[in-house]
Design a protein around this ligand. Structure first.
Ligand SMILES: NC(=O)c1ccc[n+]([C@@H]2O[C@H](COP(=O)([O-])OP(=O)(O)OC[C@H]3O[C@@H](n4cnc5c(N)ncnc54)[C@H](O)[C@@H]3O)[C@@H](O)[C@H]2O)c1
Length: 267
């Protein structure tokens, strides 16, 4: 097993990639706490975790509230005594009108959900990791941070901030044997898209996801399991000497769509 006797805290673990990571980590021997605004679905995730024989804990937490984040970390430490792995997975697209119509609140909301939450969870978890000279922090950015589709400027800018945050934190924590890496997911079918496609008939939704898939070099949309596999690698000792790395999990995006010029004249 890759995560025997480890303890992970996964934010946004009620649905999508967070749920998939919680189950995969538990299958690899890890106890898992999930922090999510949706407690009912977080409990469902933990029910799946329990089926593996590992312990789980669901905590209701709005990650835009610093006090709730601090309390969440305290609860996990109280139950498990340590946190080996922190997955700052929570995120999503919030109201994002064109820039001339964007309010300060629209901007701040995207940053609170997608970047400040990562800062605050790290702030409260890192002292516990430093004490034990062990830790893995995995942050979730987006392919939109490096190849923005020219909408959701608040989301894409916050996600770009997650990359800078990761690089700085990785440098600061390397002497403490704490690895900090960032995953950039490409389009994957989760509840992430629920709001934007809510009014579409089911058949149109399938067409939309095929369209998105065809925009990737590998010609398919991602699955939550694709992301969970990459996160498992970064959470395990298989990646012990990797820190400050930016891992695109995006079917070949962004670089393969626009390959670099040839390095030698064509024959
Ligand atoms: N799905 C994609 O195509 C895609 C693409 C690029 C990046 N991402 C990023 O990957 C990560 C995971 O996305 P996903 O697709 O699994 O999303 P998802 O919408 O399926 O899941 C997000 C989870 O976060 C929780 N959540 C939302 N707001 C919260 C809050 N204020 N407090 C606590 N919990 C809250 C939700 O309840 C849900 O369980 C996110 O950071 C997202 O931005 C996703």
């Amino acid at each position: 097993m890759l995560l025997s006797d480890r303890v992970a805290l996964i934010t946004g673990g009620a649905r999508g990639m967070g749920r998939s990571m919680a189950i995969k980590f538990a299958e690899e021997g890890c106890s898992v706490a999930v922090a999510d605004i949706s407690i009912k679905e977080a409990n469902d995730t933990i029910a799946e975790v329990s089926k593996t024989g590992k312990e789980g804990l669901a905590i209701q937490c709005d990650v835009t509230d610093g006090n709730q984040i601090r309390d969440t970390v305290d609860k996990v430490i109280k139950k498990f005594g340590k946190i080996d792995i922190l997955v700052n997975n929570v995120g999503g697209i919030t109201a994002s009108p064109p820039i001339e119509d964007m309010s300060e609140e629209d901007w701040d909301r995207a940053f609170a959900l997608n970047l400040k939450s990562h800062f605050l969870f790290s702030k409260y978890v890192v002292p516990h990791m430093k004490k034990r000279k062990y830790g893995k922090i995995i942050n979730f950015s987006s392919i939109g941070a490096v190849q923005p589709p020219a909408h959701a400027i608040n989301y894409n800018t916050a996600k770009a901030g997650v990359i800078g945050f990761t690089l700085d934190l990785a440098t600061a924590l390397a002497p403490f044997n704490i690895n900090v890496n960032v995953i950039l997911p490409g389009p994957a079918r989760t509840s992430f898209y629920d709001k934007s496609i809510a009014s579409m008939p089911e058949a149109e939704k399938d067409k939309f996801f095929s369209f998105l898939g065809n925009k990737t070099p590998m010609q398919r949309i991602g699955t939550p399991e694709d992301l969970a596999g990459a996160a498992l690698f970064l959470a395990s000792e298989l990646s012990a000497w990797i820190t400050g790395e930016t891992l695109h999990v995006a079917g070949g995006l962004p670089s393969l769509l626009a390959p670099a010029p040839p390095m030698m004249p064509p024959k």
